[in-house]
Design a protein around this ligand. Structure first.
Ligand SMILES: *Cc1c(COP(=O)(O)O)cnc(C)c1O
Length: 385
């Protein structure tokens, strides 16, 4: 089956009720035939379900579908994107190890690197997203993981996955990519040598702003290491959320196709607007890394950033003037969302620190949704006015 079909038709078993849609297995544990069966399952001699902190048929379905999309052998699902990120580092790192990471990472990932991991003697060396030719200089004998997100948040800057993959290979680093913004419909980091790919399923996989979840994709061998950590530390995905997410994945390719189209059109319109200083969208020829984006992505994704003229004041006024677009801390939703990092998510940083990660006072991030593109633009245009 092609991937679009697999996402819809991969169900192989049906219960005696012959249900058309996969049922929800809302059970915390599974029964054993006898003592020997129980022993075989606990000792990994036989496949089967034991307890929902380990796995569940709804979780298996979710993992199989995403692994198929990312082109990896398997995966491990978690209760949120942060649980996936934490489990990955927790499983592979020990005290004294170092992470080499692009500076432009999700806010909570940055907190892990700067406040939580140092307590356990794990250090992170940050490198700039646009300085990849010099990243090797930051590799030390203790570096174990090369970590990055592309496109980055909120700048939608692009990092060359092929170059990063080569650095990881040369120095024998585990190459880990947070692929949340692009989704595997637009970008498959495994094709560029990524060992582990992480997603917040809360975003595009759910796509409707309802369900939290996370997932890590990789080889059987790497996922076994994560499983060994996650089984006993408890970042499990709930069966209900796995069930919802598996159903959402049926429409992921067609949703992303439309997110790509709507976002490109909004980006093109913004580029011509007199109140806008600049627009960044991976598939706009004016994007500084347009050539790299074209090489490694099949679509530009749903996120557009632009700088409004007039800085902080005008950024706030734009948000306050929107009538339809939501002001909310999410992305990847069917509803379009606007955020102004300088006055909200990043307001506690000094202006100088914001500049370091490319967040100017007038920067607005739009998660372009699935409403009619003319309605999205009309709302943005009146708010710009
Ligand atoms: C949202 C997000 C996360 C964290 O995911 P949660 O599901 O909110 O825990 C990690 N990385 C990126 C890029 C995100 O956008």
């Amino acid at each position: 089956m092609r991937k679009e079909t697999y996402l819809i038709r991969s169900q192989t078993e049906r219960s005696k009720h012959k249900e058309h849609s996969v049922p929800l297995y809302m059970t915390s544990s599974y029964t054993f035939d006898d003592a020997d069966h129980m022993a075989a399952l606990f000792n990994d001699e036989e496949e089967g379900y034991i307890y929902s902190r380990y796995s569940n048929p709804n979780i298996t379905e979710f993992v199989d579908k995403v692994a198929r999309l990312e082109g990896t052998e398997t995966g491990w699902a978690t209760g949120s994107g942060m649980a996936a990120i934490f489990s990955t580092f927790g499983a592979f790192l020990s005290s004294g190890d170092e992470i080499l990471s692009s500076r432009s990472v999700f806010g909570s990932t940055h907190k892990l690197f700067t406040e939580i991991f140092p307590k356990w003697g794990i250090k992170t060396n940050y490198v700039a997203f646009d300085d990849i030719d010099n990243w090797e200089q930051a590799v030390t004998p203790s570096t174990k993981i090369l970590y990055l997100e592309t496109p980055t948040n909120p700048g939608v800057d692009i990092i060359d996955l092929e170059k990063a993959g080569k650095i990881a290979k040369t120095h024998n680093l585990l190459f880990v990519v947070d692929n949340c913004f692009a989704t595997p419909i637009n970008q498959r980091p495994a094709e560029f040598g990524a060992d582990l790919i992480i997603h917040s399923a809360t975003k595009y996989f759910d796509g409707q702003g309802r369900t939290m979840g996370g997932i890590i994709l990789g080889s059987e061998e790497h996922i076994k290491t994560i499983q060994g950590f996650a089984r006993h530390t408890g970042p499990a995905l709930s069966p209900f959320n796995a069930w919802t997410l598996s159903k959402s994945l049926e429409t992921l390719p067609i949703r992303i196709e439309r997110h790509n189209l709507n976002a490109l059109e909004i980006a093109e319109k913004l580029e011509k607007h007199p109140k806008v200083n600049w627009v960044k969208y991976p598939f706009l020829p004016s994007h500084p890394q347009f050539e790299i984006a074209k090489k490694q992505m099949d679509g530009g994704g749903g996120l557009v950033t632009f700088e409004i003229k007039g800085g902080l004041q005008e950024g706030k006024r734009f948000l306050n003037s929107l009538k339809m677009l939501s002001l909310t801390a999410n992305l990847g939703d069917s509803r379009s969302i606007a955020t102004h990092p300088a006055s909200t998510t990043h307001s506690k940083l000094t202006e100088a620190d914001r500049e370091k990660v490319g967040i100017s006072a007038g920067l607005i991030r739009i998660s372009v949704g699935l409403e009619h593109v003319d309605d999205i633009w009309e709302d943005m245009e009146q708010a710009l006015g």
